[in-house]
Ligand binder design. Structure first.
Ligand SMILES: [Zn+2]
Length: 360
């Protein structure tokens, strides 16, 4: 018996999200309003057409062009009220999609064009998440949102951003990340920041193995000490598929043995060319081999997506049922950067009871 899982039902079950960019998840209508306030010129001021423009530009198949779409979102996120609004709407949008736990990341260094300080940018975003989560809880959609601070890999501020993250660790910031075009900017450029974070017993993930291959993943784990891999999808390059089934190389075996979480983002990976299609996305193989796979959105605006939609696409492509969706969700929750007892509470009290009703 194959039960068909409907999108509306996926929305209703609790989900956890580890990889989502604040500047990649704005509502088109909000961009139009904020752009008018600051006099920023957009490709179009019709929210629907603007939403389509983002998806089409991101569909080009190049990570570099994909990243260009962020010039518009970042331009309208340069004041504390704008950051706060975008974060508040983000928390609300995730909560109403059934996400009960989310880690949303942003790069404070990109929001200083109108004289905000790094600390003010962080405070505005955290305040927005808190407000959005409170509104969503009132409406019956409880969510917890943790903030990850991203440093840009081509820039030289990673140590400063790492210190910023640690400074705000008891006020909503749960981890650190580096992002931006991978080629030519290996994570080892930021070794000082990662060593500092390790000495502070702080958590971090690194965008690695998206556009660039195994050396980037290897550096992120074995040089930098990443807790998780942002994407990490190219780990499949270290898996040989032969007649006797898949054989893992030393690096992929290490990633699996150590249960290093992979923050996979199916639609985004297809858009940037890191995977040929959803049906051929390595997530199928990686799940079969029981890597610590999680399902993420990356940039909801640029991919026109949500966590529920990503899951629905996987259901369609791989025939997954509630069992697999629960597995992805628990994997994500186990890999979260909040304390162990708090992760466990969400798994035992929120996730498992909801799926148990469906798995009967
Ligand atoms: Zn990302």
């Amino acid at each position: 018996m194959v039960a068909t899982i409907r999108y509306e039902d996926i929305v209703k079950v609790p989900k956890a999200l580890l990889h989502d960019h604040l500047d990649g998840g704005l509502r088109p209508a909000t961009i139009v309003e904020l752009a008018a306030e600051v006099g920023h010129e957009l490709p179009t001021t019709d929210p629907e057409a603007l939403g389509r423009w983002f998806v089409e530009s991101a569909d080009s198949g190049s990570l570099v062009r994909y990243l260009e779409t962020f010039a518009h979102t970042v331009a309208v996120m340069q004041t504390a009220p704008a950051l706060r609004r975008v974060a508040r709407e983000c928390a609300w949008d995730l909560a109403t999609d059934g996400v009960v736990y989310a880690e949303v990341r942003f790069a404070p260094e990109q929001h200083l064009e109108r004289n905000l300080t790094l600390d003010e940018a962080v405070e505005a975003v955290v305040a927005g998440f808190t407000e959005g989560a409170a509104l969503a809880a009132e409406a019956g959609h409880p969510i917890r949102v943790g903030t990850l601070l991203t440093a840009m890999r081509h820039a030289a501020r990673s140590q400063e951003i790492a210190e910023l993250a640690v400074r705000h660790r008891d006020a909503g910031v749960v981890g650190f990340d580096i992002a931006g075009a991978e080629a030519g900017f290996p994570p080892t450029r930021h070794l000082d920041a990662f060593e500092y974070l390790q000495r502070e017993n702080f958590h971090f993930t690194i965008h690695a193995g998206e556009a660039f291959g195994l050396p980037s993943i290897w550096q992120a784990i074995q040089w930098c000490g990443a807790d998780r891999l942002g994407h990490g999808v190219r780990i499949v390059d270290d898996i040989t598929r032969g007649g006797d089934g898949p054989t893992l190389g030393r690096l992929s075996a290490y990633v699996r043995d150590k249960r290093i979480p992979l923050e996979l983002c199916p639609s985004s990976n297809v858009q940037t060319g890191a995977a040929p299609s959803i049906a051929e996305h390595p997530i199928g193989l990686l799940r079969d081999l029981r890597f610590r796979v999680t399902v993420n959105t990356d940039n909801r605006l640029m991919s026109g997506t949500s966590v529920s939609r990503e899951m629905a696409l996987l259901v369609e492509a791989f025939g997954y049922g509630w069992k697999e969706l629960q597995w992805f969700t628990i994997n994500a929750m186990k890999s979260a950067f909040i304390p162990f007892d708090e992760r466990l509470a969400i798994i035992d009290e929120v996730i498992k009871p909801a799926y148990a009703k469906l798995l009967d």
